[in-house]
Design a protein around this ligand. Structure first.
Ligand SMILES: [Fe+2]
Length: 177
């Protein structure tokens, strides 16, 4: 699918990193079986329509979800559809959902580098906060993601910054074939 969609290399590299972060979190949260598989699949495919969106200006979270749904993968679609912004009914407490893990992981990867949340959100604010209204929406998203981070790491034996050390930058080459 990634090659069929003509994904740009840097978006493939980004997706690979989001997948690594997602699976690291899933593994340490004790998520196994089908949920781990869904998280991995959704993370690697979360930006499947992003390259195309540069020309079409489509909402890539929505169209990526639609694509996976049309292909018969509604559970993967549901996670992809929430990678930019979570659904309103996403639980605000308890163990994070598959969608929340991938959503958070995407906010820890700037281009192809794993970074602190504030670096990624600062970049998003600068790039997409062109109007006052948009800026305010993004600040709300930033705040919501901070709360999600606290919730995820309340269940983990390491702090958010430790992800960078736990996933050294040495495996990108494996993905490029
Ligand atoms: Fe994305």
């Amino acid at each position: 699918m990634i090659s069929d969609m003509g994904m740009l290399d840097h978006i493939v590299a980004h997706s690979h990193q989001v997948c690594r972060v997602s699976l690291l979190l899933a593994d340490h949260l004790g998520i196994i079986g089908i949920h781990r598989e869904l998280i991995g699949a959704a993370a690697i495919l979360h930006d499947i329509t992003k390259t195309r969106s540069f020309h079409t200006h489509e909402n890539h979270a929505e169209t990526g979800a639609q694509m996976l749904s049309d292909l018969g993968y509604p559970e993967v679609a549901a996670i992809i559809g929430q990678h930019v912004r979570l659904n309103r009914n996403a639980p605000a407490a308890g163990t994070p959902t598959d969608a929340q893990i991938v959503n958070y992981a995407d906010k820890r990867v700037l281009h192809d580098k794993i970074v602190p949340l504030n670096d990624r959100m600062g970049y998003i604010l600068e790039k997409y906060g062109s109007t006052e209204e948009r800026k305010n929406q993004l600040l709300i998203l930033w705040n919501e993601t901070q709360l999600l981070e606290e919730r995820i790491f309340a269940e983990l034996p390491f702090c958010p910054d430790a992800i960078i050390k736990l996933l050294p930058d040495d495996k990108l080459g494996d993905f490029h074939q």
